[in-house]
Design a protein around this ligand. Structure first.
Ligand code: GLA
Length: 728
């Protein structure tokens, strides 16, 4: 039993293998947060809260003679609003009389086996394993709003998921203006926040900052989880490192507008609120209806490595679905950086033939295959092949590629429409555009209104008719601009604040229909690279194109940041040409190979232009990848260098499940003449086992972990090395 209620202490206790999460139903009815952290057993956790009379922090009416009792200083599971808690809040609503206050008090709770589901939204699922759900219902009696707080407790995984459902049990309409998923309180300690910021071609750059007094906000209002701010943060003790120290992770299972606020308050307590971005949000909650927030995945771990492993495990096993969840992913070649829009069928077949010869599994045809698509100004929306480029159509090409013994994959960008397309000419009202305004254009395209059923039906039919060709076994689902001018022609004026979220409810519904109808197709997410690299997309597509930047040195930084929250199997990475098309940097083929072997591996360059020597090297890379594929896919990933080392080298390691095999990789980004040795301590090995290190020498796991390994001088342009370390 991972959840219990202790009547004596009025504590609701959630327990995982290594953690406890404890809340208390106060005599006043407020649901107080007491503790989240390492397991504490059957303890009464009310003792740390020796409460003071806090000046200018008032008291609830029935506690008016108890000046020390204030919502403004009490850690809570979900906040009230406008009634004396002046910190960041989880929910704001306004009622027919214009008032906006809410005071949520405990009404009931229920403990059930299995994991709750959230209708219409992706969420962590259980595999029939050790999972329980706690549902606590809070009520604001004046407005008759109920809030159901859901806690999914994954005992074996050290994971707690949270979501909230807001129910209008009254007679009048309620306007929700903010509805966060979670409030996490850390009343004691000194904390740093790590967040993952970036831009197109440089996603998920970790930044670690000490919290200052005030509010830190990490958010996206771009209609996508975004290149700029990933919906994932870590709160860690100021002294926490990869190996030890308290670390809390908060990750949203959502792909649209999000917001995380972290407040260090006047009493040095930390409150973190994560959920939908409230900026353009306004939801009409009719009597008798409810609103469900997206889910947040929480974890507590000792050290950043363990925290990452908790996320890797839950995403790999309980978020990603379908046939490819645990399966080998095909090594692919994508024609984008080889040809861009300028190709003929003959050219594609030449690349495919070479791919087959090199040992590649799949050929992926990227953008430019459909009518009127010779650059990025036209054609999106009309998903019929361009017969000038593909005289035998898509089916003809797919058949020819399949006949070579390769799989065939295809790029699409379903959510978009070009002004210059038959679709836009036929349905100008299907694109998001605000009345009376010329819309912002990005890549000269508009976004389809995914909140509309007719739009989704059109897309379902269009994509289904492509996928009816059973030779298409992979789809790269792209999304190449942010949402602006967000206005739906199918929604009344007073409900326009619902459109950004309804967009994602629509997108997820379409994804669900397509992935259920075509279970054998491998879907890869993409949004100008990694602009929607989030757990919401991973629920439908097991891998995501990590970045449009294929420069291996930039990728080291991007993939390093990505590894904090997301498992290597979800990271799609390709070897591309040198000089690199994004940065102009020249790097050796070997370095490009080492960096791309992080998960879903592939190539994205004109294979027909390779020298014999390069072909030999690629054959060797493919052999190495196949040899280590299961270690990379199923094993544990360890970061052996930190941000401080990143200006000189990046080093990481994969260790097989049974810890018998390890792939140690390093790329030197600044080879110093006569510099200090690069020395790393390995992790995750069996201490008493003897390992062969690259066939050079043998020693115990404990020696490699305690005394480490020193790289002999690595020189040249961005040199890289992979070492095969295996138990003898
Ligand atoms: C985006 C993707 C690229 C490529 C182009 C095609 O930028 O991230 O990989 O597919 O679109 O237009």
């Amino acid at each position: 039993m991972s959840i219990r209620y202790d009547e004596k202490t009025r504590q609701l206790v959630l327990e995982t293998a290594g953690t406890s999460y404890i809340m208390r139903i106060e005599e006043t009815g407020y649901l107080k947060h007491l503790y989240y952290g390492p397991k504490v057993g059957q303890s009464d956790m009310t003792y740390p809260f020796r409460i003071y009379d806090r000046g200018f922090s008032g008291n609830p009416y029935d506690q008016r003679l108890n000046r020390a009792y204030s919502l403004d200083s009490m850690p809570q599971e979900y906040t009230s609003y406008g009634v004396g808690d002046f910190r960041i809040n989880t929910i704001t609503a306004s009622y027919a009389d214009g008032s906006r206050c809410a005071e949520y008090k405990y009404e009931s709770h229920e403990i059930t086996d299995g994991k709750y589901r959230i209708p219409g939204l992706p969420s962590v699922y259980d595999n029939g394993d050790n999972v329980q759900t706690l549902t606590v219902t809070l009520a604001d009696t004046a407005s008759n709003i109920r809030v159901r707080l859901y806690y999914g407790v994954f005992e074996d995984l050290d994971i707690i998921t949270r979501a909230a459902e807001i129910v209008n049990a009254g007679e009048g309409t309620v306007w929700l203006r903010k509805a966060a998923s979670v409030c996490l309180e850390l009343p004691f300690g000194k904390w740093d926040m790590i967040h993952f910021h970036g831009r197109h071609c440089m996603e998920r750059q970790p930044e670690r900052v000490p919290l200052f007094h005030g509010i830190h906000t990490i958010s996206s209002g771009r209609g996508m989880s975004s290149h700029q701010h990933n919906p994932f943060i870590i709160l860690c003790d100021r002294g926490a490192s990869e190996d030890s120290g308290p670390c809390y992770g908060m990750m949203m299972v959502y792909s649209g507008n999000h917001k995380t606020e972290v407040e260090l308050d006047q009493f040095d307590g930390v409150r973190a609120v994560m959920g939908l971005n409230d900026e353009r949000f306004r939801w009409e909650l009719m009597p008798g209806t409810s609103f469900c927030t997206p889910e947040v995945i929480l974890t507590y771990a000792d050290g950043l490595t363990q925290m990452s492993h908790n996320y890797h495990r839950v995403i790999q096993n309980n978020v990603v679905r379908g046939e490819y969840k645990l399966a080998h992913r095909p090594i692919l070649v994508n024609n984008w950086e080889a040809t861009y829009f300028d190709f003929t069928e003959e050219k594609l077949l030449d690349i495919a033939e070479k791919a087959k010869d090199l040992g590649i599994d799949m050929f992926v045809l990227d953008d430019g295959w459909f009518r009127n698509r010779n650059d990025d100004n036209a054609g999106l929306g009309d998903w019929t092949p361009d017969r000038r480029k593909l005289p035998d159509g898509l089916d003809g090409l797919a058949d020819k590629i399949t006949d070579m013994g390769l799989k065939f994959g295809l790029w699409i960008e379903p959510e978009m429409v070009s002004e210059d397309s038959d679709l836009d000419r036929a349905h100008p009202d299907w694109a998001l555009t605000a009345p009376g305004r010329a819309p912002m254009m990005a890549r000269n395209q508009l976004v389809l209104d995914m909140s509309r059923r007719d739009v989704r039906d059109y897309l379902f039919d269009a994509i289904s008719s492509l996928l009816k060709n059973r030779n298409i076994t992979y789809i790269k689902w792209d999304f190449n601009r942010p949402l602006s001018d967000v206005y739906s022609n199918a929604v009344p004026a007073e409900r326009q604040g619902e459109v950004p979220h309804r967009y994602y409810l629509g997108l997820y519904e379409l994804y669900e229909r397509l992935t259920s109808a075509f279970p054998h197709v491998l879907f890869e997410g993409c949004a100008g690279g990694g602009g929607r690299f989030d757990a919401g997309i991973l629920y439908y597509s097991p891998q995501i194109w990590c970045s449009d930047n294929t420069d291996p040195i930039s990728r080291l930084r991007i993939q390093y940041g990505t590894s904090f929250g997301y498992p290597q199997t979800t990271v799609s990475a390709h070897v591309s040409a040198s000089p690199n098309h994004q940065t102009g940097r020249k790097t050796p083929l070997s370095t490009r190979g080492v960096v791309a072997m992080t998960g879903a591996f592939g190539y994205e360059l004109d294979l027909t232009r390779l020298t014999e020597e390069e072909c030999g090297e690629i054959r060797e890379q493919i052999r190495t990848y196949r040899d280590f594929e299961s270690v990379i896919r199923e094993g544990r990933h360890y970061r052996l260098s930190g941000l401080e080392d990143g200006s000189r080298y990046f080093c990481w390691e994969y260790v097989s499940r049974d810890r018998g095999r390890c792939l140690l990789s390093i790329v030197v980004t600044d080879p110093l003449a006569n510099g200090p040795s690069i020395h790393v301590r390995l992790k995750g090995l069996i201490p008493e086992a003897v390992y062969s290190v690259g066939g050079e020498f043998e020693c115990t796991g404990s020696a490699l972990m305690a005394n480490g390994y020193t790289f002999t001088q690595l020189t040249g342009d961005y040199p890289a090395l992979q070492l095969d370390i295996r138990k003898v």
